[in-house]
Design a protein around this ligand. Structure first.
Ligand SMILES: [Zn+2]
Length: 401
């Protein structure tokens, strides 16, 4: 892997370590950074000088205390740039423009006339100047664009290798868009992008090992292992919705039968509810949600079955990967305890050790922010996190012992 900024590996690693510390802990003085990371004061001063010159970090105000003038804290300069995130769905695109901490500055929703890659790229390119204008930060440069979509994305994060929902094979969408907009573009599976955002700035900020599950049109579960997204050999890791639920069962969008998501994705739950209660397509997620709140037995049972079914599969995943927490997002989160109650109890019943906490993410805009997080991660080179201060201390202790 090419390291940014310097030929020297140790300098690049020090740089990552310091940026990740500032991201996780907020402003810190040079002396504090040296103490927490174990780097020498000279090395810290050296890296910080570089980062200030590049505009990545800036100096805060020294606070005068009883003991005299306190050291000047440094912090990440998130206002220095803009990121654009596009979350592609089959018929629409959620668009967001954010600062480099993925805090939204403006958003909009576009309709996709069709799924032709060239037309999709044209629609996205046309939205870029509008989004930059919405951000209303004339001095901030656009650092890049992140696109998230359901599918298998290559390890270079440029090409959609396969997406069943878009019927795409080997579409280099990031390259097609980059030619039109002249800024870097990264493409990623939507749950992977969401997991990156959760790790950098969301519910997983303090965790190095976590699972990020999405229950919506499909079901997927991305893994952050030792501070890094696990993409697998072909970028196809995390396709949790396609684990076997029932041999020879319902047909799945992947062409196989009996996959977990063919039963318990939000869309599949809705389909089962309509079938069992003789309702037509006019009844959607909002109606099923209302029925579950009113304790309608059909709705309550379907959510309990889903909680149990997903919980069993998730327990297997937990027993293999041992995450600290499991973050859950996607449309099905709105079902709340009707789904999470059975899910938590099933998980607890089948995990080898105490089940990790299940953390529902209630924020609506997390998904487009996930796409924007692809930019932030590349811009600061956060990947392969140097770890929290706690874990680097633990590491230091281990090496002494
Ligand atoms: Zn499948």
């Amino acid at each position: 892997m090419k390291l940014k900024g310097d030929q020297s590996t140790s300098r690049a690693l020090n740089r990552r370590l310091i940026l990740n510390l500032l991201r996780q802990e907020g402003p810190k003085s040079r002396a504090e950074i040296a103490t927490i990371t174990g780097l020498s004061p000279a090395a810290v001063t050296f890296v910080i000088a570089d980062l200030i010159e590049e505009g990545h970090v800036s100096e805060g105000k020294a606070v005068a205390g009883l003991a005299g003038r306190r050291p000047i804290p440094v912090e990440i300069n998130y206002a220095n740039g803009l990121a654009i995130g596009f979350k592609l769905m089959v018929d629409s695109v959620e668009c967001v423009v954010t600062d480099l901490a993925t805090s939204p500055l403006g958003s909009m929703r576009l309709t996709l006339a069709d799924r032709d890659p060239e037309n999709v790229a044209k629609t996205l390119a046309a939205a870029v100047p509008l989004l930059v204008q919405y951000a209303a930060r004339p001095n901030a440069q656009l650092a890049g664009i992140g696109i998230s979509m359901p599918g298998v994305i290559d390890n270079d994060q440029t090409t959609c290798v396969r997406s069943h929902r878009f019927a795409w094979n080997n579409v280099p969408l990031a390259s097609i868009l980059a030619q039109k907009v002249k800024v870097p573009v990264w493409l990623e599976d939507d749950t992977n992008a969401y997991a990156i955002a959760q790790q950098l700035f969301g519910l997983g900020r303090q965790h190095r090992n976590m699972a990020v599950m999405a229950i919506g049109v499909g079901i997927s579960c991305s893994l952050i292992i030792e501070g890094k997204l696990y993409r697998g050999a072909n970028g196809a890791a995390g396709k949790f919705g396609h684990v076997l639920h029932e041999e020879g069962g319902r047909l799945c969008e992947c062409g196989k039968r009996g996959c977990l998501m063919a039963y318990h994705s939000q869309v599949s739950m809705l389909r089962t509810w309509r079938e069992r209660t003789n309702r037509n397509d006019d009844f959607g997620l909002a109606e099923m949600l209302q029925a579950s709140k009113e304790d309608e037995p059909a709705a309550v049972n379907i959510l309990a079955e889903a909680g149990t079914g997903i919980g069993k599969a998730l327990a297997n995943l937990v027993n293999v990967t041992d995450p600290e927490v499991i973050v859950v997002g996607g449309e099905a989160v709105s079902f709340g305890d009707a789904l999470f109650g059975p899910l938590r109890s099933t998980l607890a019943a089948h995990t080898f050790r105490t089940a990790p906490p299940l953390l529902p993410d209630w924020e609506d805009n997390s998904w487009a922010r996930g796409a924007a997080a692809l930019v932030t991660q590349k811009f600061f080179d956060f990947e392969t996190s140097g770890g929290t201060s706690a874990s680097s201390e633990a590491l230091a202790k281990t090496s002494v012992a």
